[in-house]
Design a protein around this ligand. Structure first.
Ligand SMILES: [Zn+2]
Ligand SMILES: [Zn+2]
Length: 299
């Protein structure tokens, strides 16, 4: 009798182990979802709440997202006030750990020259939330995520740390490739004229200057004065190309390019929200580096 109960338990134990449910992780930023998949592998199921092509600056959790998060062991946010609703969210979620992945990474400050801030909480003088444009930052973040996953799934700790190291090694190769490519841009062209002031960390790492101007996106109401200031800034910079936002291709942009004798570059991916083969961190970096090379390094 005793023996049959024991063997029954062993069988149950073995079966439970074989079909151990993956750890449920919700992400409030597409790149945190990518990171959770890279580090978590098959031990996690990741819910990308913003979704492919979504804009994390505009995202607010809907009731279905709250249910998803409540059912998750862990919620990953980018941090650095990228998610201004986070305190309210933490009050709402019961017993769910919320990790702000970027918070231990040193911040840059949005410069006073920022003419366009994506949202009020990312205005000049405040921490720049776009830490994910630093490849080394992302390597550090992989370890943050590995430890956060291990805290919920101790049996997976070695796997998570191994995955984070392997991913980190891949990111080091990506960094070397990006350095080599960007070195092809002549020194006097190492300037990113953009509207969305998202590339501060990238610019610091690769020796570029960000020149934030008005008139390159759809969200601004550009006055004639804005346009005149932009034309003057672009001419002063002496760049060959300017980088519009995704989803913009207006006549106004073309006339700006004509007025400044520049070309319109392929839009850069600002917030990790590329789709298809541009989804995810590594694809975003490769896309952006190639867009910069095409626009600024060609004779
Ligand atoms: Zn923003
Ligand atoms: Zn952004």
């Amino acid at each position: 009798m005793t023996q049959s109960i024991l063997s029954g338990l062993l069988i149950v134990g073995t079966a439970a182990c074989a079909v151990a449910a993956p750890l449920q992780v919700s992400a409030l930023h597409p790149l945190m979802a990518d990171l959770a998949r890279q580090v978590g592998g098959e031990r996690v199921t990741v819910f990308d709440l913003v979704g492919a092509g979504g804009n994390p600056h505009r995202f607010e959790p809907r009731p279905a997202d709250l249910q998803q998060m409540q059912a998750s062991a862990l919620v990953l946010a980018a941090g650095k006030n990228q998610e201004p609703y986070l305190n309210r969210l933490k009050d709402t979620l019961q017993g769910v750990t919320v990790i702000e992945v970027g918070n231990t990474i040193p911040s840059l400050t949005v410069g006073s020259d920022a003419v366009y801030s994506c949202c009020p909480q990312h205005a000049s003088g405040l921490p720049d939330p776009h830490w994910w444009h630093g490849i080394d930052n992302m390597r550090r973040a992989a370890r943050v995520v590995a430890l956060a996953l291990a805290a919920k799934d101790a049996a997976g700790k070695a796997t998570y740390l191994d995955n984070a190291s392997a991913y980190g090694a891949r990111l080091e190769r990506l960094q070397r490739w990006a350095r080599g490519e960007l070195a092809k841009v002549p020194r006097d062209q190492r300037k990113l004229v953009t509207a969305h002031n998202a590339f501060g960390y990238f610019a610091r790492d690769f020796g570029f200057e960000v020149i934030a101007v008005a008139g390159l996106n759809q969200e601004q109401n550009n006055t004639p004065q804005d346009l005149a200031a932009t034309i003057a800034a672009v001419k002063h910079a002496g760049v060959k190309a300017i980088f519009p936002e995704q989803n913009t291709n207006s006549k106004a942009l073309q006339s700006l390019a004509t007025a400044t004798a520049t070309t319109l570059a392929t839009p850069l991916i600002s917030d990790g929200n590329g789709t298809g083969n541009q989804a995810g961190f590594e694809a975003m970096i490769r896309h952006n580096v190639q867009a910069i090379i095409r626009a600024l390094a060609t004779p």
